[in-house]
Design a protein around this ligand. Structure first.
Ligand code: P71
Length: 458
């Protein structure tokens, strides 16, 4: 039985496809870097699912209930209660977005320079905050994740055995924290099983290492657990979410994803009152007074409502199946993608489409440029360009995978947009021999992918 969207559309925003000549001029002007395009030059924007979703009528109504008191805003209490009910965590601090929570928490967890933070796969900003706290981030992603053709229900899983061996080798005092990222963004929005989340927590308990859940896409992960893991089919999403969070001591959340808001974040501590007090003290200079943490009262209200909507199963079914539809359309035309399809994006394996292009010409970014010129679609490279150089040797081209991420905003595009995207990718794929590599005109020293400028190479 075909299931249609569990919403109807009350307001629309026009989008326009520029002519091919205009697109060629725009991307040249942007230094062949899609990050530097103006959004008006983009027809379908798949750069990120972060803060790009559509709010519901209930959330928009919530904005009007904003209480902009500096201290003790009623919207804070609504948010606090919602987060407590959803996650079981006692202490809740709003932040302006996910990295706001990270910048408060990580320096407090790292007790001495050079400690390690262990994760299934850290997201870039998390890694950056770990490194700014003078610790080292190490990934223990399961080997299945790196083979995009291999079907596995939980490619976001930790290799728990390898992680435990590392702890034993370095000694528990060398480890500052374990970070469990649900879903695992960097390998394709791949879920992590409850068993594995629980296993990571058990290791944390055994060695007395705090476990932090990076929970940007917590509801999408719960949906996959319900679909794929034995024993969860009859549980509600809320029950699964509650269990997921029970295997952590603290969480950071970029609410711009599963919070269904355009801006916002949360830092929460399960029960460690002392850690909470230290976070509370640091949030004041970094984000704001603890009852607003960088958000307007109205933003906290919209977030409290968004967190209730995102665990509705009808919503998640449509969300995950729309991303799955795009993936299936691509698979049906023989385009290699990370399989199975993840929660928030389809990851095209450009390394397999352009096997002869050197990594130093950034094949996935080159494909993104060609895709924009073909169709006005903006996608993003997750590969050697994003990975950056080895800080010690300066070596480049180090990423295991050269992926192109087609990230789907929540409740924004229709299935017809998915069909247009799939057709456009197929067109570039058919002409893949003509895709030109790229070379730096300007390479920034850090986070180079955001502001770099390039030229095409023949
Ligand atoms: C994504 C983003 C947003 C982004 C960040 C950097 C460059 C381009 C786009 C953000 C995440 C995330 C996870 C798992 C923490 C953050 C930071 N993702 N954890 O995928 O995916 O949250 O953006 O709210 O600060 O496009 P924040």
């Amino acid at each position: 039985m075909y299931q249609a969207e569990p919403f109807k559309i009350k307001m629309v925003e026009s989008i326009r496809l520029l002519s091919k000549e205009e697109r060629e001029r725009s991307i040249e002007k942007a230094g062949y870097n899609p990050f530097l395009l103006r959004s008006d030059e983009v027809y379908i924007d798949l750069l990120t699912d972060s803060g790009t979703g559509a709010m519901s009528d209930r959330q928009w109504a919530g904005l009007m209930l904003g209480d902009e008191s500096y201290a003790g805003s009623r919207n804070f209490y609504h948010l606090e209660e919602t987060v407590q009910d959803l996650t079981g965590y006692k202490y809740v601090i709003p932040t302006h977005q996910g990295r706001g929570a990270e910048q408060v928490l990580f320096p407090l967890l790292v007790r001495k320079d050079g400690q390690y933070v262990l994760g299934n796969m850290h997201f870039d900003t998390t890694r950056a905050h770990i490194e700014l706290s003078r610790a080292k981030a190490v990934d223990f992603i399961s080997s299945e994740a790196l083979d995009t053709a291999k079907e596995h229900p939980f490619k976001g899983n930790f290799d728990l055995e390898a992680m435990e061996k590392f702890i034993q080798k370095k000694g528990r005092d060398a480890i500052a924290a374990i970070v469990t990222t649900v879903t695992c963004n960097s390998v394709g929005g791949q879920p992590i099983s409850m068993e594995n989340i629980k296993g990571a927590y058990a290791i944390g308990q055994k060695y007395q290492i705090p476990v932090v859940i990076d929970s940007a896409r917590f509801a999408e992960n719960a949906y996959f657990i319900k679909q794929r893991e034995q024993g969860y089919a009859h549980k509600s999403i809320s029950e699964i979410v509650l269990e997921q969070f029970s295997y952590g001591d603290a969480f950071t959340m970029s609410a711009k994803k599963d919070g269904l808001v355009n801006i916002g974040g949360v830092l929460a501590i399960r029960e460690n009152k002392e850690l909470f007090h230290r976070c509370q003290a640091m949030v004041v200079p970094l984000e704001g007074f603890p009852t607003y943490g960088g958000l307007a009262g109205r933003d906290m209200e919209a977030l409290a409502i968004g967190l209730k909507e995102v665990v509705e199963e009808d919503y998640l079914t449509q969300r995950i199946s729309q991303v799955g539809l795009l993936g299936k359309l691509l698979q049906d035309t023989g385009i290699p993608v990370q399989s199975p399809i993840g929660g928030h994006a389809v990851f095209v394996d450009v390394g397999r489409i352009l096997p002869d292009m050197p990594k130093s010409q950034y094949p996935a970014h080159a494909f993104a440029v060609a895709l924009y010129v073909e169709s006005g679609i903006r996608a993003v490279e997750i590969g050697s360009l994003l990975y950056g150089r080895d800080p010690e040797t300066g070596e480049d081209g180090l990423s295991d995978l050269e992926l192109l991420r087609l990230t789907i905003p929540r409740r924004v595009y229709t299935d017809n947009h998915m069909r247009y995207i799939a057709d456009s990718i197929a067109k570039v794929y058919a002409k893949r021999d003509e895709v030109k590599g790229i070379a730096f005109e300007y390479e920034p020293p850090i986070l180079r992918h955001f502001t770099a400028r390039f030229r095409l190479v023949d």
